[in-house]
Write a protein that binds this ligand. Structure first.
Ligand code: SF4
Length: 159
């Protein structure tokens, strides 16, 4: 039955998301000693290699923050599902750093006391990350207390 099959397919992200998130976090943890090298090559920034131990220290904080929900959110809500976003959202970023895992992202860089910038904003890879999709919906905005973005109109029901 096509409708039953479609319903089953629509449920796969929530079933697989915890496993995929655990696998991703385990991979990041195992690869931690190589993280500065990988990040430098991937994003074309030598500064991660130059501050090898500092990057690993910050990466530990980053992984702990991912473990609190963002890793699962990616596999459950973001990957391949951005087109099902149920809301029309307005606002513009004031660079507070809240949605960057509450300022714990390893790539976040301070501009001044209250503002931050993404150190890998230039990378096309960002497009497929949680960052590239933020904010997905009202919950996304609320959980990081984003001071700018807001839902203008709910477009449809979410799966
Ligand atoms: S929480 Fe909102 S305003 Fe702050 S950095 Fe993220 S998108 Fe920008």
């Amino acid at each position: 039955m096509p409708s039953t099959r479609a319903a089953a397919l629509s449920r796969w992200p929530s079933r697989l998301a915890p496993w995929l998130a655990s696998g991703y976090l385990a991979l990041l943890t195992v690869m931690l000693p190589l993280a500065p090298l990988g990040a430098s090559l991937l994003f074309g920034r030598l500064k991660y290699l130059r501050d090898y131990l500092g990057f690993i220290r910050r990466m530990r904080v980053h992984i702990a923050a991912l473990r609190e929900g963002p890793a699962r959110h990616y596999f459950e809500d973001v990957m391949g599902r951005q087109d099902k976003v149920p809301a029309e959202i307005a606002g513009s970023c004031v660079q507070c750093g809240n949605c960057c895992m509450n300022k714990r992202c390893v790539f976040l860089e301070p501009i001044d006391n209250d503002r931050y910038q993404c150190g890998i904003y230039h990378s096309p890879l960002r497009r497929w990350s949680n960052c590239g999709s933020f904010p997905l919906h009202a919950h996304d905005i609320a959980r990081y207390a984003c001071p700018s973005y807001h839902v203008v109109r709910v477009v449809g029901r979410r799966d």
